[in-house]
Design a binder for this molecule. Sequence first.
Ligand code: SF4
Length: 261
Amino acid sequence: MVPEEENDGLLDAERHQARHTIAPRAQLFPVAEKFVSVNGEGLAAGRPAAFIRFAGCNMWCTYCDTRWANHPLVEVEGWSVPELVRWVAEAGVSCVTLTGGEPLLQPYLPDLVQTLLAVDDPRPLRVEIETNGSRDLAPMAHLREACAEVGLPGELVFTVDWKTPTAGEAVSAAMMRENYDLLREGDAVKFVVGSEDDLAFAERCADEAGLWDRCQVLLSPVWGNIEPAAIVDYMLAHGLDRARLQLQMHKIIWPEAARGV
Ligand code: SF4
C-alpha cells in the first residue's frame, strides 16, 4: 500500500531527507548501493562506470524501478567524500554516475563533485548527475563553471528528467522549468514515455523550452507500457530527428536484476 503522505506523487523533501540523514558521523552520504557496471542510459550509455546510488527521493513516480532505495527504512551505508573518491579510484573506470533516489537532496554533493572533478590520475573523470528535474540545479551548474574556471580536469554533465504525465500528474507538474535553461550540449533531458500522449507532451515541452538547440533529448520507454518501435514511429512521423531513442541497456542485459547493474 502507498503510504498516505506519498499518494500525491510527491514526498516532503526535508522530512524524507531527515530520515536518511542518519549517518553516525558528519558529512556522510547515505549510500543505498554502489557498483561498477556499464552506463545503461544517458549519453555515455555502454561505457563502464562506477555508480553511486544515494537513498531517498522527493518523488513517487508510477514506474520507479529503484523504489527500494527510496524506502524510509532502506539499509544505507554512510560514506564520506574521501572514502567515495578512493572507491572510485579503485574501480578503475573514468565515468562516475551519481544517482538515486535524488542526488540533489544530498547536502554535501558539491564537496563530492568538486573532489571527483579534481582527479587526474590516471585520467580525469566524467561525472554524471542524474536528477529528477524537481530540485534546483543552479548550484551545481555554478559549481561546474567555477571548477572549469580554476582548471579542474574533470567533466561534469547533467541528465535531467522531465517527467511526463505517466509518471503521475503531480510529479510531472513539479518540474523546475529553470533547470532546463542551465543545460548545454553535453547534457541531456530525459523523457520517460509510456504512451503516445507522453510523446506529444515531450515534443511540446522540448519545443517550448528550446531543448533541441541546447542539449540532447532522450526518449525512453516505460518498460512494458510502450514498444520502442512505437517511439521510433512517432519520431519519424513528427520529424524529431534530433531526439534519441534510449533503451535501458541493463534491463536488456540483466532482465532479472533489480540491483547492482
Ligand atoms: S524520481 Fe526517480 S528515483 Fe524518484 S520516484 Fe521517480 S523514478 Fe524513482
